[in-house]
Design a protein. Structure first.
Lengths: 298, 366
């Protein structure tokens, strides 16, 4: 942990302040990169504050307009869709349930899998690990049809269970937790054994608290990943009250056609709304995550 | 309180490596036994078999009257202190000590009493709410000991608990350990590779070499009557001078030492068995190649030019010595302190050769 702090070069005071051109160059590249990444988001934000006609006529807007409040209110609270049953709030709740269920489920499952692989000596442990590991290479889309088949046969279409459970097996999570558990000093396990801790006790009272930073990291990654799921919810949900935000944005452009002009402003507003929770989670957990990293030393 | 009986214990690791071979020791109730030996000789393995952290391949370990081969570490009535402390980093000092007691289902009040008591004994009272990372190395080591003490075990096991500390703190902790042993009156088994630590702590020392016991005895027995060349060279600092009798120096020394037992192949002389006299006096001629002044005493490294290939000897003289580097001198040997070793490196018992010294410290009263 200490090398994290020592790695940053310490400015040595010199007699005359010199301009370090290579550092200026570094910063220029970083700033340019950040701007490049930020620009589409900024444009979405500014454009989301105009009415549909302006957007339709003038394209993307570079300054803030007068209709922001109206657009966001519409996006959040106006019932839309064919059935007029789903508003932004509802979709946001669905997204949250999916994101949280996805992240928490993945963490629970992968921690337990990693625990079994690292701490229990059973016959095919290593093989089991490598099988799990190779599925890392397969993207979700490869197994999406069989998964759909299973969920449909179980009658779980349009349910949260069907939305979440088929996705929570996590090779990535298992892999990270395995690496982390392997780095926990063996003496800790031995001390706990002498202290009379059984497997469950050791897991809950020692391993889980020690993994806090790892859990936070995986939580961030998995929550954002779950929140941004598009294909699976699209297949799984036909009932509009089950739509997630990411799914809903597209729906607006397709069906919320008032007059002949699509609801651009509202769709942009919804996109911004869809972006906010993951950003908040990252910001919130990151400070906690860094703190954990700095404080923990073995 | 209990004795530990180790009977023809063997350890063969999964990869076929035999780390402990036919070890047989009876550790008495309340005894402070130190397992010592070079790195990789199987000290930790033996200790971990007593703790139950390692399976016993064959043989028997009994704690008290109970054979513990198949008993869980937690139920063996032992406590162990690890080299790197192995404290739970996310728990406070108090919780670290309380964890094992809670697992036993002990009442809160009793846990509290025990921890307060132990903390007072170890001067940890002010640190009970801290996390291990907020403590110094010495304090962490004390917490690890506190965690052992509150269990009130019959046997304490230590695996090189002092080797992560600096020299001064180590000496201090050594005396604290000794004091603790006196106070708790429990059986201590202590692993170290440092012979000074072994000599200063132990009632009895067990010297291991490549998984086998070389010798078991009090520090003074090991010092004065080493069973083998291995023990002779391992115990004592500066090390014993061992010279093969086949060399010219060996022959010269044997002549000065007097009676030579028939099968002897090597002569062993503790530094204090070599007496340095003024040049021109009787004895073997040499000169001081190096003088290490340690204050109370000075260690002289003596070069004997006519000695053939093996020409260096060390001796210990008073700190007020007049000898300095380059001085000529003549050395003689104290015949009562000579050790002889046979062709296998075992010591040949000779009657007047040794003077068993009294125990350094009596066993604690029962
Ligand atoms: N799990 C294992 N599998 C195979 N061999 C092992 C294992 N653990 C230890 N050994 C071997 O057994 C021997 C004894 O190991 P042990 O840890 O008891 O040594 P030690 O005397 O404690 O040494 P040190 O002073 O370095 O701690 C060593 O040669 C080591 O390589
Ligand atoms: Mg060891």
């Amino acid at each position: 942990m200490t090398d994290m702090t020592t790695a940053s070069p310490i400015a040595v005071p010199t007699a005359r302040p010199r301009i370090r051109w290579n550092r200026v160059g570094d910063h220029a590249i970083l700033i340019a990169g950040a701007l490049f990444m930020l620009l589409p988001v900024l444009l979405t934000l500014t454009t989301s504050t105009f009415d549909n006609i302006t957007i339709h006529r003038g394209g993307l807007q570079f300054a803030f307009g007068p209709d922001g409040f109206e657009n966001y209110q519409k996006a959040m609270f106006e019932k839309g869709g064919f059935t007029k049953t789903v508003d932004g709030m509802r979709m946001m709740m669905n997204s949250l349930i999916l994101g949280l269920g996805f992240a928490v489920g993945k963490i629970v499952i992968s921690m337990m899998a990693a625990y079994a692989i690292v701490y229990f000596r059973f016959r095919f442990g290593t093989i089991a690990f490598w099988i799990i590991f190779t599925t890392l290479l397969l993207p979700l889309e490869v197994r999406i049809l069989p998964s759909y088949e299973v969920v449909q046969n179980l009658g779980l279409l349009n349910t949260y269970t069907g939305l979440i459970v088929p996705l929570i097996a996590s090779a990535t999570g298992t892999f990270y937790f395995r690496q982390f558990f392997k780095s926990v000093p063996e003496e800790l396990l031995e001390a706990a054994r002498i202290d009379g801790a059984g497997p469950v006790n050791f897991f809950i009272n020692i391993l889980v608290p020690l993994s806090q930073t790892m859990i936070a990291a995986i939580f961030i990654i998995m929550f954002v990943y779950g929140w941004n799921q598009y294909l699976w919810p699209t297949l799984m949900t036909t009932d509009e009250s089950m739509f997630t935000l990411v799914r809903g944005i597209k729906q607006i452009m397709q069906v919320w056609i008032g007059a002949n002009i699509p609801d651009y402003g509202v769709a942009m507003a919804l996109a911004i709304i869809a972006m906010t929770p993951p950003v908040l989670i990252v910001i919130l957990f990151q400070s906690w995550f860094v703190k954990g990293l700095v404080e923990s030393d073995k | 309180m209990a004795q530990v009986n180790i009977q023809s214990v063997n350890k063969v690791y999964a990869n076929g490596f035999a780390a402990v071979k036919d070890v047989e020791v009876q550790i008495r109730d309340g005894e402070f036994v130190v397992l010592v030996g070079p790195s990789g000789c199987g000290k930790s393995t033996l200790l971990r078999m007593i703790a139950g952290l390692e399976d016993i391949s064959s043989g028997e370990v009994a704690i008290g009257d109970r054979v513990v081969n198949d008993i869980d570490p937690a139920k063996r009535d032992i406590a162990m202190v690890f080299q790197n402390y192995a404290l739970y980093p996310h728990m406070t000092v108090f919780d670290n000590m309380a964890y094992g007691l809670k697992n036993k289902g002990m009442k809160k009040g009793e846990i509290h009493t025990r921890i307060t008591e132990a903390a007072r004994m170890l001067q940890l009272d002010d640190h009970l709410t801290r996390k291990p990372r907020q403590l110094s190395g010495g304090q962490r080591q004390r917490v690890a000991m506190g965690r052992a003490i509150v269990r009130e075990p019959k046997v304490f096991l230590f695996d090189e608990p002092l080797s992560n500390l600096d020299a001064k703190l180590r000496a201090h902790m050594r005396s604290e350990l000794k004091e603790l042993h006196r106070r708790l009156n429990a059986t201590f088994v202590f692993v170290t590779h440092d012979q000074v630590e072994a000599m200063s702590l132990a009632d009895r020392i067990v010297i291991l070499n490549a998984g086998r016991i070389e010798q078991v005895g009090t520090p003074m027995e090991l010092y004065h009557q080493p069973a083998s060349l291995f023990v002779a060279e391992f115990i004592g600092s500066p090390a014993m001078n061992t010279v093969p009798l086949g060399t010219r120096l060996g022959g010269m020394l044997a002549n000065t030492a007097g009676t030579l037992p028939a099968p002897a192949m090597t002569i062993g002389l503790r530094p204090e068995a070599i007496l340095a006299g003024p040049a021109g006096g009787p004895g073997i001629k040499g000169h001081v190649a190096m003088a290490e002044a340690l204050g109370a005493e000075t260690v002289l490294h003596i070069e004997v030019p006519q000695g053939g290939t093996d020409t260096r000897l060390t001796t210990r003289v008073s700190g007020e010595t007049r000898f300095t580097e380059g001085d000529e001198l003549a050395i003689t040997v104290d015949p009562s302190r000579v050790c002889w070793f046979d062709h296998e490196g075992r010591r040949i018992a000779t009657e007047p050769a040794t003077q068993p010294a009294p125990r350094k410290e009596p066993l604690p009263a029962e």
